[in-house]
Design a protein. Structure first.
Length: 81
């Protein structure tokens, strides 16, 4: 992923990659990017979570979407409308 390219990535860059993968329906890759984001010491923000919820919704993964919303709230981020 991005770590392999030896570039210093910020949250904005990770969110772009999450969005691109999400638009392609590549859910596993989105999960990989989120894991890498956490490994780098970054925390998902509202944009990260919104994109993930959208991708899961498109894939019909409703229960997973609800779990993401719970995780957001646990991390102090309220979903937008």
């Amino acid at each position: 992923m991005m770590k392999e390219s030896n570039c210093d990535s910020d949250l904005y860059t990770y969110n772009i990659v999450i969005n691109i993968y999400g638009e392609q329906g590549w859910i596993e890759e989105v999960a990989d990017v989120l894991a890498e984001l956490n490994e780098c010491g970054l925390q998902p923000d509202l944009c990260s979570y919104d994109t993930l919820i959208k991708v899961l919704g498109i894939a019909g993964m409703v229960e997973e979407s609800v779990n993401v919303i719970r995780e957001m709230r646990k991390n102090g981020i309220e979903p937008d409308q």
